[in-house]
Design a protein around this ligand. Structure first.
Ligand SMILES: Cc1cc2nc3c(=O)[nH]c(=O)nc-3n(C[C@H](O)[C@H](O)[C@H](O)COP(=O)(O)O)c2cc1C
Length: 157
């Protein structure tokens, strides 16, 4: 008997960063490559707080992530979650979260990831990860994150 592993067909990575070609861009491109290799169609979009996020409905999996600047999640991602229809669109959706920051992981778990979660309304959170800046070039760390996402996607209802 053959078993079929459920993988997302369409994935979107929603993010913000002050830097072009910085660690967030590097990480997102690497996550996207890994998911594409697993068979997904992947798009990325830099957030705008006043955007209409209805287009996100068509994606099977949404990855949300951004660096931390001055103790806060980059403002266009957090602003999109608090000011646009993104929160509503993500209700019941399968999502994965990450932040990139220089702070130690326990501090980031306590201070930074909750800044994303507080704006979410009952999504299915498949995985969450704090990346240190150096880990945004660490293929092992990125592969582990994408594997965790795909494993949880296969199990989620
Ligand atoms: C202006 C600035 C402020 C930052 N503030 C924080 C902070 O408050 N806490 C933290 O953990 N990391 C902080 N960082 C570290 C960044 O989150 C980290 O360098 C990240 O990789 C930057 O991503 P980027 O290259 O996409 O901009 C800061 C970095 C910059 C440039």
């Amino acid at each position: 008997m053959t078993s079929t592993i459920d993988t997302p067909k369409k994935v979107i990575i929603l993010y913000d960063s002050m830097a072009v070609g910085g660690s967030a861009d590097r990480l997102i491109d690497a996550i996207g490559r890994n998911l594409a290799q697993a068979g997904a169609y992947v798009e990325k979009a830099r957030c705008k707080p006043n955007a209409d996020y209805s287009f996100v409905e068509e994606f099977d999996l949404v990855i949300l992530g951004a660096p931390i600047y001055y103790l806060l999640v980059a403002s266009k991602l957090s602003g999109s979650l608090s000011q646009s229809n993104l929160r509503t669109v993500l209700k019941g959706k399968k999502v994965a979260l990450f932040v990139i920051c220089g702070s130690p992981e326990p501090m980031a778990q306590f201070l930074y990831l909750p800044q994303l979660k507080m704006h979410l309304d009952n999504p299915v959170i498949l995985a969450e990860k704090v990346f240190a800046p150096a880990e945004t070039s660490d293929q092992n760390a990125i592969t582990e994150f994408t594997k965790n996402i795909l494993d949880a996607y296969g199990k989620a209802r």
